[in-house]
Unconditional design. Structure first.
Length: 220
């Protein structure tokens, strides 16, 4: 009996070509998260990734040109998971407790996601120093997340005044820098601090960043 040849576009075992492609790509993404999040990006190889994904090496290049592309795809999924956790919390926020309470409601699901050590390592360790393309992606994503978070909290503070001593983009950068560094050090510590302490501490920081905007708006 001759061996079955995997012909692109042909269905096998009730699985269409499109479904097969989706499954293999999903297996590579899941393998990428496990490998990059454990041994690290620089130690990863196409062969090792494909072995972890349980697919033939040749199939890697059907979906990604190189391991850097897989890293960026895995990173994008990690960021989507973090962003979705905050966006979903925004839809259910109870604003009655003030800025600090609102910030805690947003940060609780965020840091719950950060407790996945594979995700944390990819987001805060493995994308650094890889290439200018990856570095720019990291900086853009961090800034956009800061704008999302601070922009939402600003809805409780009113309009931010413009002026030579106020740059809201820089404020967003400062806010996400504090959150990002805290997440990284929390991961590196082995999550020594309780999540509720981490959340309460960062919520206090955010409230102190946003609260002065309320004062300035009132003066205006």
């Amino acid at each position: 009996m001759s061996a079955t040849v995997d012909v692109p576009g042909r269905a096998y075992g009730g699985e269409s070509a499109a479904d097969r492609d989706d499954r293999r790509r999903r297996q590579l993404l899941d393998a990428g998260l496990r490998v990059f999040g454990s041994v690290g990006y620089r130690a990863a190889t196409v062969r090792g990734l494909c072995r972890e994904a349980k697919i033939a090496d040749r199939h890697f290049y059907q979906y990604f040109d190189k391991t850097e592309d897989l890293l960026l795809a895995v990173y994008a999924e990690c960021i989507a998971h973090l962003t979705d956790s905050v966006s979903e919390a925004m839809a259910e926020v109870d604003p009655d407790g003030g800025l600090g309470a609102v910030a805690r409601q947003l940060l609780e699901p965020f840091f719950q996601v950060v407790e996945d050590p594979h995700l944390a390592r990819v987001v805060w360790m493995e994308v650094l120093g890889v290439s200018p393309r990856v570095e720019q992606t990291y900086l853009t994503v961090m800034h956009e997340f800061g704008v999302l978070l601070l922009g939402y909290l600003r809805t409780f503070a009113g309009e931010v005044p413009s002026g030579p001593d106020m740059d809201v983009d820089l404020l967003a950068t400062a806010a996400i820098g504090g959150i990002s560094h805290t997440a990284m050090t929390w991961y590196q510590s082995g999550y020594v601090a309780e999540r509720r302490i981490v959340v309460a501490t960062i919520a206090t920081m955010l409230a102190h960043i946003v609260a002065p905007l309320t004062v300035e708006s009132a003066r205006g």
